[in-house]
Write a protein that binds this ligand. Sequence first.
Ligand code: SF4
Ligand code: SF4
Length: 207
Amino acid sequence: MVGDGILKGMAETARNFFGSYVSKDRLVTLQYPEQRDPPIESARSFPFLVFDGADWQQGMRCVACQICEKECPPKCIFIEKSKDKKPDAYGKPQFFPATFNIDISVCMSCQICVEVCPFDAIKMDVVTDLSSADRFGGLLLDRQRLAKSDEYYNSIHPTEAAAVDARRAAEQARQAAKAKAAAEAKSDAEAKLAEATPAQPAIGEPQ
Ligand code: SF4
Ligand code: SF4
């Protein structure tokens, strides 16, 4: 029948329109910003810096190697490496970014910085409502604004973050075992050297 498709389309539209008043599945309008859709795990907006523990400065994973700065296609990352090292969240002395800025008005969310980082220190956020009337100060995020905890990372990308945490834990266990083996080997070598060295007679004793 001529117009059959139009009638079917209108019926579907009417079903969705009236259904949206009674069916939760059809309530597509949220009272933003009070109400928000739950984050989608595969979504990505702009990068953030992950820190371990409670102190964002001490726990920051970034060691200011500057690989992401070099690889960022639009060059919107700016890093200044610290002059000295300080203990990280595990007590290991590390360099850290004295300055770490990302201009998110330039960032194109390509995720290349995340892929090249050898330390799992930078990840993609899912927050999108970052608009600001201050074009320069408002969209140039410094290290404090970029710093977010590993718990936050786990909350927005649970599958990916769990894999990263497992990999990091395995690497830390491997390094601890290696350090222990090296310490034991050193201690054995010192004991063998002590055994092989003849005792020196005390001063005044006949030789
Ligand atoms: S997501 Fe892409 S454009 Fe944005 S900071 Fe990372 S590398 Fe640069
Ligand atoms: S975020 Fe990663 S790649 Fe970038 S400077 Fe820090 S450790 Fe290096």
